[in-house]
Structure formats: C-alpha cells, structure tokens
Design a protein around this ligand. Structure first.
Ligand SMILES: [Zn+2]
Length: 206
C-alpha cells in the first residue's frame, strides 16, 4: 500500500517536469486517489521532507488544487480548484460547482473556505493558506479578506475578473484592515492550459 502511494507521488512529480500537458494527459496524471486520512498524513510527511523552499511547497499544494480543478472538468464545470492548508496539511478542498448546484456563488474558493471554517470550528482562518488554480474574482477576494487568511497562492491570472491585480485590486488595497500575502503564477502554465483546453472543447461542441 505504501509502495503504491509512493509511486503515485513520484508519478506526479515526474509529470511536473513535462513541458506540455494536453488535458487528457492531465486527467490521467492526476487521476489517483486523494481521499482519506492516509493520504493526508503521507502528504504531511512529504511536505516536511521537501525542504527546498517555498517554491516546491507551493507547487506541491497547487497540484492538490489542480486535482480539484480536474474534478470540476470531469463534471463539465469550469476547471478551477482550491485547497486550504494548515500547518502543511490540506484541511479542505473545493472545486467549481456552479452549474451542478445552480448557484453562481459556488466557486472553488468559497467551497474550500466554508469547509475549512467548519473543520476548525471558527470563522476566521488566521494562519492558513489558500491555494487556487485561478486568480480569485471580487466575490472570492472579499471572502478571503473576511476570513482573515494569511496567504493566497494562485496559478493562472484572470484577465477578465481577477481581483488580485489583473482587473480589480481588492486584495492588494493597502486600505484594507487585513493584508493577505499573495503569491501569483505557481504552476501558471498547467493551471491555464487546463482552462484553455476546457473552453477549446466547449467551442468545438458548439
Ligand atoms: Zn470567485
């Protein structure tokens, strides 16, 4: 069992090195089990073992967010995924469910934040980090501020509704009484390719 989990992680790391990843390849590469306490504790172990600085850690957790984005993709939802991380462990996950829930507010970030608050039993998520594959929109940026997250790490920028500098500057506003540490562009190419692949397929279907 341990061998198979280790192998899966290695497969995932190997995949990161590839230059171009068509969507189908992404789905295969990330299509392994991520549920249950076993994986989370292994993940914590892996996190401690990395120690190659923030970049590697950010990429590790962005891959977890990408797994969520793939779940959305498979449900025919815009592929955006998010995870909330506390002390090096993913405590909640979310992916876009707008179409399936008929709820315009069912963004990956909102779902992950709600689950995180429920899990820690407190509305404020001080000390926690949110990883999301796409730059948050104004609604999610507002929720990030209200939940008092420490840091936001995102992948692709959103030139249409991004609220972290692309279009709006909600999170970067110095007038806010809470400042969130922002890291942009982690696995940006992979996060963006998933989105462009999705919309390309949609256009073909029309
Ligand atoms: Zn949003």
């Amino acid at each position: 069992m341990l061998f198979s989990r280790t192998f899966r992680l290695r497969a995932s790391v190997k995949f990161r090195k590839t230059k171009f990843a068509p969507v189908a390849q992404w789905i295969r590469a990330f299509d392994y089990g991520s549920k249950g306490r076993g994986f989370e504790s292994l993940q914590a172990h892996h996190f401690r073992a990395i120690k190659h600085g923030d970049k590697m850690n950010h990429e590790f957790f962005m891959k977890e967010a990408l797994k969520e984005a793939l779940k959305a993709y498979k449900k025919n939802e815009v592929p955006v995924g998010a995870v909330v991380v506390k002390d090096g462990v993913v405590i909640s996950r979310g992916h876009n469910l707008i179409r399936l829930t008929r709820n315009a507010a069912a963004h990956a970030e909102m779902i992950a934040l709600k689950k995180a608050s429920k899990k820690i039993g407190f509305v404020r998520l001080t000390g926690l980090a949110l990883y999301v594959t796409l730059e948050p929109c104004p609604m999610c940026a507002g929720a990030i501020l209200l939940s008092r997250l420490d840091s936001l790490i995102y992948g692709a920028t959103d030139p249409k509704t991004g609220a972290c500098g692309s279009v709006h500057t909600i999170l970067n506003d110095k007038r806010n009484n809470h400042q969130v540490k922002i890291t942009a562009g982690v696995l940006e190419k992979e996060c963006a390719e998933l989105l462009t692949g999705f919309f390309k397929e949609k256009r073909k279907q029309k």
